[in-house]
Design a protein around this ligand. Sequence first.
Ligand SMILES: Nc1ncnc2c1ncn2[C@@H]1O[C@H](COP(=O)(O)OP(=O)(O)OP(=O)(O)O)[C@@H](O)[C@H]1O
Length: 298
Amino acid sequence: MTSPAVWASGLRKRYGKRQAVDGVTFEVGRGEVVALLGPNGAGKTTVIKMLLGLVRPDAGEVMLLGRPGTDPQSRARVGYLPELFRYQPWLTAAEVLRLHTRLASVTVPAAEQQDCLGLVGLADRAGDRVGGFSKGMQQRLGLAVALVARPELVVLDEPTSALDPIGRADVRDLLLSLREREVAVLLNSHLIGEVERVCDRVVILDHGRVATSGTLAELLGQRELRLRLEGVTAEAESCLGSYKKEGDQYVVPIIDLETVPDLVAALVKLGVRVHAVEPGRITLEERLLDIIRSGETS
Ligand SMILES: Nc1ncnc2c1ncn2[C@@H]1O[C@H](COP(=O)(O)OP(=O)(O)OP(=O)(O)O)[C@@H](O)[C@H]1O
């Protein structure tokens, strides 16, 4: 059995009085795209930095691609885009990539390095100095740096924070192509819609702990029914009890699904026109907000 791309167990980190990360355990399988989600200050970047040896954990263990996280051999097979990126302003984009392949001790032909710049939309800027790049262009270059040494695991900390909508769509395609090539990805992003489109699994952090984790199907699997109604009288309204009303729809949660046939029959009897009884699925954003809000009150 191959070892996972990331295996992290019991990670802890305290800064002064603040417990930034409080016992985080999770895995990223080979070729899997996993998102690390959570509110500001949840500990996502600290976890990522501990995985990569940029922050020393107070406790816990990290294995990357089957070797201890501290092993230079595993680090050379990991690509990383930091949250705060800055590349040598006096180098050209092509020189930055060359430098990073040398640092990773990987021989990558110049044409392949150029292809990598093409992949992030910088094909025609290879010979330009990074000092003259816009923030979004520097982030694109950062993505190329993360990808150029043929990594087996790519860790991206908010890869689209400086990108325009086209850049975000490009990153989405890039993530899908990495998945096709079975490169594992750990992604920290606040753009939930993107995460929902490209990720196999999500790990949600809150107050330095894993609040929940699972595949999208597991997390969003709670289905609900939506009733689209017309002519709801006060009497019918009382029949619908406490069901949430959104526009012309009433949302029936999964625990009440058994009651739906009787409810519809009663509504029809009261003269309500039932246009649709449709399954609805909560979005990742709704699920995330539920988890974060329930954490706030507990
Ligand atoms: N170098 C540091 N010194 C002191 N406190 C820190 C340091 N780095 C992080 N923290 C604290 O640790 C906690 C977690 O921070 P972290 O950057 O990991 O959160 P995050 O989930 O990545 O947040 P965001 O979504 O805002 O980027 C925060 O309370 C933060 O203030």
